[in-house]
Design a protein around this ligand. Structure first.
Ligand code: PMP
Length: 434
């Protein structure tokens, strides 16, 4: 696929060629490969506050923030200072340190449904471990997930539904044996009827239901109140655990995540991204009786050489401290509303059919005339138009997610003037005949 970019980035091009020789596809995670929009990934030299600067010296207003973690922007001075101080006293001990309890206490204090928490090194590990604990605690095997929700590259969760209907786990990556996904039921997000039907048939063998309480991974999709209520009532009724995957939404939508915003009470929660302040951290937590199943308190095995890493803990503590003491959430909500309203007005003026979904500082502009509330409706988007929009914005210095099916994020160091500039650029791109 030829690139739609009109800007030459020779140093990025060279770096990509070098990377491709030794790294599969030239990247260490597919989401950054620009696979959905044609063209090559842009290699970054550094991050400064709200900006990314590429190898060729181009500056971009960053609307991704490393796919969520950098709510305070790049290289926030307090986060940098905390990480450096920790690094100077040893990278890893292979023994417990007090920073682990400090971050755990902050998480427990912030998220009402979490009484105990275990640190991991990624969101994938957090989701994977939460499922294991749910299965161990309930003695059941089946798990329920929703098409379009992403919970990391966990074997049992690498399944998405065939359009619409309930599918009994067909893996969507080679290398995931059918045995790994046989017990995974994939349902339609926001479909209460389907959820009720599945519990009626399989309720006694379902260990847990896992979902993103606001979805970022099919583009932004918002749960209905009715759906959230049904999830809580049905899981309680049938003795299954309700797991919120707040890897993206945790400390993003409020200081206690989506569940605090909605006043929901899941049994378990997966966290990641923001709680590590940009360093590799994940975590899973929940009620004490459940978390006490985890080894060495209980029989469910889960471990990690670098789990609770002191440098990552320090960055996480500094990030949460800043968020707690100077909560940016109201301002972020207003700023992102302005951004989305402006984008919608600009698209309307250019006669471009669109839907914008937003919660707080997470948002997606879908190029479709239909309301987007699940994977099927998200897929009605005009992805070719999205690609043209993406490159038009990129070439003007605005770094948006390189897929229609990813949420964008606004960081707390973004200014209103920068949002104004973004809207001017978007008007230009929309009126250029995309
Ligand atoms: N859950 C959700 C909701 C996510 O968005 C992600 C990553 N985008 C993960 C889990 C996996 O986290 P990680 O990439 O840190 O393994």
């Amino acid at each position: 696929q030829p690139t739609l970019s009109r800007v030459d980035r020779p140093k990025s091009h060279e770096a990509f060629a070098r990377a491709k020789a030794v790294i599969p596809g030239g990247v260490n995670s597919p989401a950054r490969a620009f696979g959905g929009v044609g063209g090559e990934p842009i290699f970054m030299a550094r991050g400064e506050g709200a900006y990314l600067i590429d190898l060729d010296g181009n500056r971009y207003l960053d609307l991704i923030g490393s796919w969520g973690p950098l709510i305070l922007g790049h290289a926030h001075p307090k986060v940098v200072a905390a990480a450096m101080e920790a690094a100077q006293t040893g990278a890893s001990f292979g023994a417990p340190c007090e920073r682990e309890s400090e971050l755990a206490e902050m998480v427990v204090e912030a998220v009402p449904s979490i009484e105990m928490v275990r640190m991991t090194s990624s969101g994938t590990e957090a989701a994977m471990s939460a499922i294991r604990v749910a299965r161990g605690a309930t003695g059941r095997n089946r798990i329920v997930k929703f098409a379009g929700c992403y919970h990391g590259h966990v074997d049992a969760l690498l399944v998405s539904a065939g359009s619409g209907a309930l599918t009994l786990g067909v893996p969507n990556s080679p290398g995931v044996p059918e045995g790994c996904t046989r017990d995974t039921l994939v349902l339609r997000y926001n479909d209460v009827q389907q959820l009720e039907d599945v519990f009626r048939v399989h309720g006694d063998s379902i260990a847990c239901v896992m979902l993103e309480p606001v979805v970022g991974n099919m583009g932004l999709v918002i749960p209905t109140l009715e759906f959230r209520k049904a999830l809580r009532e049905l899981t309680r009724k049938y003795g299954a655990l309700l797991i919120y995957d707040e890897v993206m939404t945790g400390f993003r939508l409020s200081y206690g995540g989506a569940q605090k915003l909605f006043n929901d009470e899941p049994d378990m929660t997966a966290l990641g991204k923001i709680i590590g302040g940009g360093y590799p951290v994940g975590a899973y937590g929940g009620r004490q009786d459940i978390m006490k199943q985890v080894m060495p308190a209980g029989p469910v095995y889960q471990a990690g050489t670098l789990s609770g890493n002191p440098v990552a803990m320090a960055a996480g503590i500094a990030t949460l401290t800043e968020l707690r003491n100077h909560a940016p959430y109201t301002r972020l909500d207003q700023l992102t509303r302005k951004l989305c309203e402006g984008l919608s007005a600009a698209a309307t003026d250019a006669d471009i059919p669109h839907q914008i979904n937003r919660v707080g500082s997470m948002w997606t502009l879908f190029f479709t005339p239909v309301e987007v509330n699940d994977l099927d409706s998200a897929k009605t988007s005009d992805t070719a138009r999205f690609s043209r929009f993406f490159w038009g914005m990129m070439d003007r210095g605005f770094y948006l997610p390189c897929s229609q099916f990813e949420a964008a994020f606004v960081s707390a160091v973004t200014t209103e003037a920068e949002i104004d500039q973004l809207l001017i650029a978007a008007r230009e791109v929309f009126s250029s005949g995309i």
